[in-house]
Ligand binder design. Structure first.
Ligand code: ZN
Length: 445
């Protein structure tokens, strides 16, 4: 019989179609699936004898968060003062060129452990050395959608052949928790032939595409010079867009480009903290929502955010639009939580993002017994949503369950030696710094 977990006495925030919240609720998990979620009575028909019982008194159970645009990272807090282009040339590219499988593994373990600690159960991770990342995801227990950092050959990053090999090696690994998409770094490092090749390869393998689009004004200018088209227009011309494509950032979309996203059913990852930190601007989220686009949320990378805490991203994804539009009606808390759960899951084609019978068991417990959630009106779902989006932070997460496996409980990992992960990530960072070669024109920034 599949192992059974019964979570009881929880406030169950389902994020289901009816937007139900159960104040004396329960969630029952068998194997990798949720078999029941609702009020306390839903657990009564399940045998408790062999079940793992979790008393979630004073906690909210909600779907694990989906980080829709992610890079495993090793260089948090390094060269933090630079804008995007200079940062990429002097730090990010040299660092990921110097990455070996060992460094990638420990970087992923450090990155994924920070994410799991703060309630993220799924990452859409574009990076290098995918077999090492897949091994890390398998070991720590996170759900990881991986893609390579593919660019034209002269940039000495990954190739479509690398991405194809990674797909063949690790797609579907760890009971399906690991998947592989085709990743395109961005248009300044890509030709039309590469983009068309990426689409052909994705179709041939039956997988999707993860790409950065319209992140910065300089990217838009480079695209117009190089291709005579704006980035999303050219991606459309090359067949990149589609319902299996996740476009990250989309800060500088024209009305015509928003229409192309809509026409093709492309999903958007909105990454407001990264966009702010790198001085890239504020995405036109109200217009994208009005056009009917599916928008999830991402932290981007710890190098351009310094935190993988999706609770921070949620708060920013509301406040930045209210501030710049002078409009407090924008991005209400339930809509924001939906972006961080269901919308991200929909973009990845996953059966997660919701606490309902039949869904995969990605569940987090948020401890409400602290100042973060005081005062808390009993039986007020508006109050719960508001606290979760505007007050909570990742440290409020007590328990993280992925695919029916308890990965963290009482803020202690069950799958890894956390001290070893941090020590090894620190060592690997120093080794990568020693190996990396910065082009002369960017050496003294
Ligand atoms: Zn990115």
């Amino acid at each position: 019989m599949a192992s059974r977990i019964i979570i009881e006495n929880a406030i169950v925030v389902t994020m289901n179609d009816e937007d139900e919240v159960f104040f004396d609720g329960a969630v029952v998990v068998e194997g990798d699936r949720i078999v029941a979620a609702g009020d306390a009575s839903v657990a009564s028909s399940y045998d408790r004898a062999d079940a793992r019982i979790i008393d979630a008194s004073g906690m909210a159970a909600l779907p694990g968060l989906v980080d829709l645009h992610y890079h495993t990272a090793l260089g948090k807090g390094w060269s933090d003062h630079l804008p995007l282009w200079e940062y990429l040339q002097s730090c990010w590219y040299p660092m990921i060129r110097a990455l070996d499988p060992e460094a990638a593994y420990w970087a992923a373990m450090a990155s994924y452990s920070e994410s799991l600690r703060s309630g993220t159960t799924t990452v859409n991770d574009m990076y290098r050395q995918l077999p090492a990342l897949a091994r890390a995801a398998g070991d720590i227990g996170i759900r990881a959608v991986l893609s390579n950092d593919v660019a034209d050959d002269e940039h000495d990053l990954d190739t479509l052949a690398d991405n194809e090999a990674a797909f063949k090696e690790v797609h579907g690994a760890s009971d399906g928790r690991v998947e592989v998409l085709i990743g395109i770094e961005w248009l300044p490092l890509a030709s039309g032939a590469l983009l068309r090749g990426a689409r052909d390869l994705a179709n041939e393998l039956g997988t999707g595409i993860h790409i950065h689009l319209n992140e910065s004004l300089s990217e838009v200018e480079i695209s117009k010079e190089k291709f005579g088209r704006r980035p999303t227009e050219f991606a459309y011309d090359c067949g990149i867009l589609g319902p299996d494509c996740i476009a990250a950032h989309c800060v500088w979309l024209s009305d015509a480009e928003i229409a192309l996203m809509r026409e093709t059913g492309t999903h958007i990852s909105h990454n407001p903290t990264s966009n702010a930190k790198l001085g890239n601007g504020v995405a036109r989220v109200p217009e994208m929502l009005a056009a009917g686009l599916n928008i999830g949320l991402g932290h981007d990378a710890a190098e351009c955010n310094n935190s993988r805490d999706m609770f921070q991203v949620m708060k920013w994804s509301s406040l930045v639009h209210r501030a710049t539009r002078v409009d407090a009606s924008l991005q209400q808390a339930p809509d924001v939580l939906r972006m961080a759960t269901r919308n991200g899951s929909l973009a990845l084609g996953h059966d997660t993002g919701e606490l309902s019978a039949g869904k995969l068991a990605d569940v987090i417990l948020v401890d409400l017994k602290s100042q973060f959630f005081t005062p808390l009106m009993p039986m007020s779902k508006e109050h719960i949503y508001s606290h979760l989006v505007f007050s909570a932070e990742g440290s409020c997460v007590d328990t993280t369950i992925v695919n029916g496996q308890i990965v963290m409980e009482g803020r202690q990992f069950t799958t890894i030696d956390e001290a070893e992960v941090l020590a090894r990530a620190n060592e690997c960072f120093r080794e990568v710094i020693d190996r990396m070669v910065v082009p002369a024109e960017y050496a003294n920034l």
